[in-house]
Design a protein around this ligand. Structure first.
Ligand code: HEC
Length: 139
């Protein structure tokens, strides 16, 4: 009887840990030797919500992250620690290395300048969002 309940507890424990492991590995998993460039990292960790070009995916509720005003070090912090008030709806990449976050941040700013330097893009909607953000930041 005792053994029986012990094994039940054990299997419950194993099941739970497998489940937690699954969640933990969902996005913040960085054992990927095949990924090398900022683009690789971005496409693997960010594009699922923000699109390959950083213009965002409406259905995921993710904004165009190329509209950010953050600089490299602010971006790295945002990726690894979330926003300073802790109410960002974006997942935090706690176990990402600084090197990887740095490459992603640089790549994001490349996407941003590519986007805004291309006259074919109708980026009024991104600029609008940027200005709204600026205004609320000053309030
Ligand atoms: C699960 C979806 C999801 C993933 C994955 C994701 N984001 Fe986000 N991201 C969001 C959402 C939602 C917001 C809006 C956050 C808010 O306003 O609270 C956001 C906002 C941002 C912003 C805007 C911050 C600002 O105000 O300037 C940046 C920059 C950003 N994400 C970069 C990234 C990068 C880089 C990655 C990959 C490492 C990434 N995101 C992965 C959902 C995601």
């Amino acid at each position: 009887m005792i053994f029986n309940s012990f094994s039940q507890k054990l299997s419950l424990f194993l099941l739970l840990s497998a489940f937690l492991l699954l969640i933990a590995c969902d996005k913040d998993q960085h054992n990927h030797p095949n990924l090398l460039t900022g683009k690789d990292f971005f496409n693997s960790h960010c594009a699922g919500c923000h699109n390959n070009d950083g213009t965002g995916l409406f259905l995921k509720g993710a904004p165009a992250n190329i509209s950010t005003n953050k600089n490299i070090s602010e971006l790295i912090r945002y990726i690894k620690e979330g926003d300073q008030h802790g109410h960002s709806k974006m997942p935090v990449f706690k176990t990402m290395s600084d090197k990887e976050a740095n490459k992603i941040a640089h790549y994001l700013l490349v996407l941003k300048s590519d986007y805004f330097n291309n006259p074919e893009n109708n980026h009024s909607f991104l600029l609008k969002r940027r200005n709204q953000k600026k205004q609320t930041a000053h309030q």
